[in-house]
Design a binder for this molecule. Structure first.
Ligand SMILES: Cc1cc2nc3c(=O)[nH]c(=O)nc-3n(C[C@H](O)[C@H](O)[C@H](O)COP(=O)(O)O)c2cc1C
Length: 334
């Protein structure tokens, strides 16, 4: 059966993200894959309200790990579930992902965290529940991913948070990212179509996805196929390291690995022990550690007996907004 590759663009219609994703998808289609393309801006997806019914439901053995609301997120979810690989491209807005990208990520996790879903699946199976009452079994499929971030600015640090933030889409579902492209300086071309080097790199994203999909072993499927990344996180290959309070160790902000660093021949090298690598949120153990702490540490409703009384002064305190300043030239419609 043909492998299925899904491309999702978070950019403008026929803007740089659309074209880069389509370029990668075309490579996959040429090689016999079935491909699909979604423009995120054409989906009507509402923000997560934080009700946590999706996860609480799974923990109580009732829910399947879905939002109580039905909207176009369901279309995206179904396409991801059918896919073997996902290629995402997101513009940089204010050094990071777009609001819609974040909205979709909030709707993905933690309801789509595979350790949550596996727990619910195993318990439901053991209780003899039919599959339609369990989390979608397709969420346990091994998938490959590639991330493309785009920014107009000529200085690379103006897109610094975008690719790292894009992992929020992939890590709950354990999609293995094998390639990342960070395209900055996009404003120097009217369209990326005027940048042959970047178009060639996007085609290589497609080829890298194909190489992963055609791999014979799981190790080969997950193999990093992006650019040389010396000095980067050895687990997720991003460069967003946070110095710990003791200034002796570092945490990878993206994947949560923790370790030491040294400078060898003038270059930063990061070292994680195998145990620390396994605590990364890209790996099963790291995810399980977090979902277990939610299951065991989060206090249930009713733990604070007089909470209503404690909240009362805050509920009654509603100062509202400032009156518009009639003497200033703001933008309130008169
Ligand atoms: C609200 C807004 C904020 C932006 N902020 C940044 C930024 O912080 N850094 C950057 O490099 N480009 C920034 N850009 C430029 C876009 O990333 C750039 O135009 C990109 O090509 C858009 O992707 P698209 O062509 O796929 O729509 C911003 C654009 C908009 C509309």
């Amino acid at each position: 059966m043909a492998k299925k590759v899904l491309g999702v663009s978070f950019g403008r219609k026929m803007g740089n993200c659309d074209i880069l994703v389509k370029q990668a998808l075309m490579e996959c289609e040429k090689a016999g894959c079935e491909v699909a393309f979604i423009r995120a801006d054409e989906l009507n997806i509402s923000n997560c309200t934080g009700c946590i019914a999706c996860t609480v439901g799974m923990m109580m053995g009732k829910g399947r790990g879905y939002c109580v609301r039905h909207d176009d997120f369901d279309i995206l979810d179904e396409c991801v579930m059918q896919s073997d690989a996902v290629i995402l491209a997101c513009p940089t807005y204010e050094t990071s992902v777009t609001g819609r990208f974040k909205t979709i990520c909030d709707r993905i996790g933690p309801s789509h965290d595979i350790t949550f879903r596996k727990g619910a699946w195993d318990e439901g199976k053991a209780a003899g529940k039919p599959v339609e009452q369990l989390p979608d079994e397709r969420c346990f499929k091994k998938r490959t991913g590639a991330l493309i971030s785009v920014g107009g600015a000529m200085t690379e640090n103006w897109i610094a948070l975008t690719a790292p933030m894009m992992y929020e889409f992939t890590f709950p579902m354990a999609i293995d990212v094998i390639d990342i492209v960070e395209y900055y300086g996009a404003m120097a071309h009217e369209s990326v179509l005027g940048n042959p080097e970047m178009m060639e790199r996007a085609a290589r994203v497609g080829q890298n996805i194909l190489a992963s999909l055609n791999a014979e072993t799981e190790e080969e499927r997950m193999q990093w196929r992006g650019d040389e990344d010396e000095g980067a996180c050895p687990v997720c290959h991003t460069r967003l390291l946070q110095v710990s309070h003791d200034a002796r160790t570092v945490d990878c902000v993206v994947c949560g690995s923790h370790g030491t660093f040294e400078v060898v021949d003038g270059k930063l090298r990061v070292h994680y022990t195998e145990a620390e690598k396994n605590r990364s949120r890209l790996r099963w153990e790291g995810k399980l550690e977090h979902s277990t702490e939610i299951k065991t540490q989060a206090q249930p409703t009713g733990s604070i007996k007089n909470l209503k009384e404690l909240k009362a002064p805050y509920a009654a305190f509603n100062p509202g907004v400032f009156e518009p300043d009639a003497n200033a030239c703001g933008n309130i419609k008169k």
